[in-house]
Design a protein around this ligand. Structure first.
Ligand code: MLT
Length: 328
């Protein structure tokens, strides 16, 4: 699968204090976790990242024996929350579910980004791959992808595209689509594709490039149109939705990913404990069923290690930087 950082007065006191801090830290690490963990989600509640984080952390909390509190911190395509997570104390009690946007594509798009996906975070665990779909409001005047392409090209200045902020998956995916189609529609940013999807269903915006987990219930409910899934194969959760290749736009291939990160300097033992809890969750039949029903791609065991996630982030930053720098 291609997925696709005092001193103390008095030497004696300083030594005692340091020993106390050392033994306290060691105890905290052994006992981790002894209190609630905060999982920051960098987008609005109800969107794809929020849904994936809630499904997986629900099971992880049982394994870790502590509540995992989801905190939705929105703004600036997920970079506000990511900057906050990067500055958090690296003790395992503040984690973030980031994605292809916050932890790769944001790098070339935000010249003054307050964090770096590789330097400011410890990779913890890849949770899910999320194929991208081309979606439109249900009364959009195009019955298939060919008609959609013709319509948006002919009405470029009139159509608008919803997304979750600059650097979000929905923004970057549609930028890719729009560069292929050579169009510049009106851009309508939201704090996540949860609220963007509500606007699409209400017919307030025209189209969107969104992660599959946000779209399956709406497509199956007939409240929006799906023109194509941007992966080589159809998705089992949406057997009637053609691939972009089948629908005549093979150049548009896009799949995002969502993953857990910890602030740089979080102890290795804690990373390993959180990673093991995530891996256990992904092996749980109920968790798997819920993720698969929403069209997610569950990472193979070899792709679930912190090291594999670190490699993925590195390759994704390298992949998106030349693609998005010119657009920036
Ligand atoms: C969300 O949860 O709202 C999304 O992951 C936003 C996006 O990146 O498009």
């Amino acid at each position: 699968m291609n997925w696709s950082g005092r001193s103390l007065a008095g030497g004696c006191f300083a030594v005692i204090a340091a020993l106390g801090a050392w033994s306290g830290q060691g105890h905290a690490q052994q006992a981790y976790p002894t209190r609630n963990i905060t999982m920051i989600v960098p987008f609005a509640a109800g969107g794809p990242t929020d849904v994936i984080a809630r499904i997986v952390t629900g099971h992880m909390a049982q394994t870790l024996g502590q509540t995992i509190i989801i905190e939705n911190v929105v703004g600036a395509g997920g970079t506000t929350a990511s900057a906050r997570a990067a500055r958090a104390t690296p003790d395992g009690y503040t984690l973030i579910t980031g994605h292809m946007g916050t932890h790769a594509a944001s790098v070339p798009l935000y010249p003054n980004l307050a964090y770096h996906p590789e330097k400011s975070f410890e990779p913890v665990a890849l949770l899910a791959g999320t194929p991208i779909l081309i979606l439109a409001r249900k009364d959009f005047p195009a019955k298939d992808l060919k008609e959609f392409i013709a319509y948006v090209k002919a009405n470029e200045s009139k159509v608008n595209a919803a997304h979750a902020g600059v650097g979000s998956v929905s923004h970057v995916s549609c930028q890719l689509l729009e560069s292929i189609l050579k169009i510049k529609p009106v851009s309508v940013p939201f704090n996540g594709t949860g609220p963007a999807m509500n606007a699409l269903v209400a017919g307030q915006v025209d189209y969107m490039c969104d992660q599959i987990v946000n779209a399956v219930p709406q497509i199956n409910g007939g409240t929006i149109k799906a023109y194509a899934v941007a992966t080589p194969e159809r998705n089992p959760s949406l057997p009637d939705v053609p691939t972009t290749k089948e629908a005549g736009l093979p150049e548009f291939q896009a799949q995002a990913w969502n993953a857990i990160f910890a602030p740089k300097g979080t102890p290795k033992e804690i990373i390993e404990k959180v990673n093991a809890a995530a891996a256990k969750a992904l092996n749980d039949e109920n968790v798997k069923k819920r993720l698969l029903e929403l069209g997610s791609v569950i990472p193979a065991p070899a792709d679930r290690t912190p090291e594999a996630l670190g490699t993925l982030v590195k390759s994704e930053v390298a992949k998106w930087t030349p693609v998005l720098k010119p657009a920036n």
